[in-house]
Design a protein around this ligand. Sequence first.
Ligand SMILES: Nc1ncnc2c1ncn2[C@@H]1O[C@H](COP(=O)(O)OP(=O)(O)OP(=O)(O)O)[C@@H](O)[C@H]1O
Ligand SMILES: [Mg+2]
Length: 223
Amino acid sequence: MIRFSEVSKSYPGGHDALKRVSFEIDKGDFVFITGHSGAGKSTLLRLIALIERQSGGEIVVNGQSLNRIRRAHVPYYRRRIGFIFQDHRLLSDRSVFENVALPLTIAGLTPNETGRRVRAALDRVGLLSKEKDLPAQLSAGEQQRVGIARAVAHKPDILIADEPTGNLDAELSHDIMELFDLFNQVGVTVVIATHDLDLLRSFGHRSITLRAGQVEAEQERTE
Ligand SMILES: Nc1ncnc2c1ncn2[C@@H]1O[C@H](COP(=O)(O)OP(=O)(O)OP(=O)(O)O)[C@@H](O)[C@H]1O
Ligand SMILES: [Mg+2]
């Protein structure tokens, strides 16, 4: 489902963020990407989401080589992926409902279908009763759950999250991870970058550790 073969990434003027990275993630897997700050975790996720292009090697997602996806087709490719950021990036002047609805509206769904999907997504993250609130009226954990609802509303088959619990305390982090587990249990492939080793251990999923842009270790799932 996601295959990296000798993938490298160098940023203009910078050093190599990823160096000949190879791994495979199967459909339905739950994988943590970990490693020190600057190890290349965010870069790896951005390559999968086609926010950045790799400098060398090949990335295959759902049988499709990303090298061959043209710029005009990137939005179509991204519709199969849900991306969750550390800082949720909600629009502060739009309601919870509107934040989750926006990508669906842009994708051309009818208002009826959009409403149905937004409410289903908000229901799954436990926030249906807050659909009219503005993000500022929500707690940090609730805001992050809106970000998750937005990422899953178009029913992606891959969920990618970059430090989704970075701003949350241990208990809220655990709740958010359980939410990812629920999506994984219905078949969604989940890839999460985190430096939170406690969280990683308590969930026991497979992990890939990066060090200075290279795969340092791989740990199989422990439960
Ligand atoms: N847009 C950019 N331009 C130039 N260099 C970059 C850019 N983004 C990242 N880098 C460099 O690439 C390397 C990997 O960065 P990356 O953000 O992938 O690390 P990370 O593992 O996500 O770190 P953190 O845990 O701090 O989020 C770093 O050395 C960083 O300075
Ligand atoms: Mg990062």
